[in-house]
Ligand binder design. Structure first.
Ligand code: AMP
Ligand code: GLY
Length: 429
């Protein structure tokens, strides 16, 4: 059976790699894919990205299942387009994807359904936003309402930073936020303290199956310093999600969200990613929702998944409650991925730097590609902010960490940026 993966990042490389392992899958196409999916003989790149053209292609080529990786096509309604034509696709509709594409929608939803999250207010008017921040004081968190590839959030430790962030989002838009129909808006939030974890589940609109837990590293530099990025590395499982925290996250956040969306008439089908802040008492709060798998969390999570991803996604798109009977099998080892980012990431990543020294693929040690492409001479070059994610399994997070850093050791490109401390919280425990 043929499957199609939409996207071009490290997450999509990992999804395609995992789907290709299913004995039921004859061919995995990745649209548009990257330099890594191009080189992988089990995968085929497809130079398409328009949702209507993709639907035409899926129909003509008898694709059995389409899986959407990134948020942009989901927010543009690719799932609605495919379903409207009777094509099987895994992901949320445009309306349901608002849990991610509009932070204001997500916050209002959480408030209405009693889901634990930070206190907040929404502003379109800069003067009102400045006045609110002056009254609340710092630290405080300023977020762009629309999609910003993980870069639309400023955790302001001082009032000056908070005021500058408001102007940056509402007046200058240097982050390149895709504003929603209401125009530029900011969400201003209470600053939460604790440890973060990524809690990702799969849902068919009613049933829920949790994936393995993980933790991402959002800041650019070691010791969690520097600007926020899409994520510089991740590992799974996240020890901060104890069985007790897991149960709370399911019962207080995930299940009420799936039930609340169904009740509001916009059932959520797809991967639901709750970004959690877990306080000192082990209480999880929702920092954000994503309507998709995390990147780079997917790379270590899927490396640990022993079950057949294709069968799982077929069950989730059957619409007959088939997800209810699914029990996922996980490798008991830990997995850890380190992102290699381009010069200038996150603000102005440079493209076209030649990449050398890639190690051969192994089942338990893979370098997933993201911003890579083949140049005119067939040489592999950088073509985006996050370039590669070296991911490895190990008996513990410490061993997985050691193996991932060994794996990336020979890789070279000009301006390469990486963190040397991915997994530090788990290793210290
Ligand atoms: P988001 O894109 O909403 O996940 O935010 C990016 C990062 O900013 C999060 O991973 C947190 O590290 C931080 N952050 C967001 N909201 C808050 C908050 N209310 N309190 C503290 N930190 C936050
Ligand atoms: N790594 C965080 C995200 O995918 O949004």
């Amino acid at each position: 059976m043929k499957v199609l993966v939409v996207g071009s990042g490290g997450r999509e490389h990992a999804i395609a790699w995992k789907l290709a392992q299913s004995p039921k899958v004859s061919q995995v196409f990745v649209a548009p894919g990257n330099g890594g999916t191009l080189r992988d003989t089990n995968l085929k790149n497809l130079a398409l990205s328009d949702p209507h053209e993709l639907a035409d292609w899926a129909e003509q080529n008898k694709v059995v299942l389409t899986v959407v990786g990134p948020e942009a096509p989901l927010a543009a309604g690719i799932v609605d387009i495919f379903r409207g034509r009777g094509l099987r696709i895994f992901g949320p509709t445009k309306a349901a994807a608002q849990l991610e594409s509009s932070k204001a929608f997500a916050k209002d939803f959480m408030q209405r359904h009693g889901i634990p999250t930070a206190r907040y207010a929404v502003f379109g008017d800069a003067d009102a936003a400045h006045a609110y921040v002056a009254e609340q004081g710092a630290p405080i968190v300023i977020k762009a309402d629309g999609l910003a590839a993980g870069k639309g959030v400023v955790v302001a430790m001082t009032l000056d930073e908070a005021h500058a962030a408001i102007d940056m989002i509402l007046r200058d838009n240097v982050l390149g936020v895709t504003h929603n129909v209401e125009g530029a808006r900011v969400v201003i939030e209470q600053f939460l303290q604790g440890e973060e974890a990524s809690f990702i589940v799969i849902s068919d609109g009613k049933e829920v199956v949790a994936l393995a837990t993980s933790q991402d590293h959002k800041r650019l530099l070691d010791c969690d310093e520097g600007p926020n990025t899409g994520g510089m590395g991740a590992y799974s499982p996240a020890p901060v999600v104890t069985p007790n925290v897991h149960a709370k996250a399911m019962h207080e956040i995930v299940l009420p969200t799936i039930a609340g969306m169904a009740k509001d008439g916009i059932p959520f089908t797809g991967f639901l990613y709750a970004g959690l802040m877990i306080d000192a008492e082990g209480r999880p709060y929702t920092i954000e929702f994503n309507a998709r798998l995390g990147d780079p969390e997917t790379q270590p999570i899927l490396m640990r998944l022993k079950s057949d991803l294709f069968e799982l996604l077929m069950a989730a798109t059957e619409g007959q409650g088939a997800l209810k009977d699914v029990e996922l099998q996980w490798d008991r080892r830990a997995a850890l991925g380190v992102v290699l980012a381009a010069h200038g990431y996150p603000l102005q990543p440079r493209k076209g730097d030649g990449i050398d020294g890639l190690p051969p693929d192994q089942d338990d040690a893979m370098v997933f590609h993201a911003g890579t492409a083949a140049n005119g001479d067939g040489q592999l070059v950088t073509s985006g902010g996050r370039v590669l994610c070296a991911t490895a399994l190990g008996e513990s997070v410490r061993v997985a960490q050691q193996r991932a850093y060994e794996l990336l050791e020979p890789i070279r490109f000009d301006g390469m940026q990486l963190r040397r401390d991915i997994g530090h919280r788990a290793v210290k425990r």
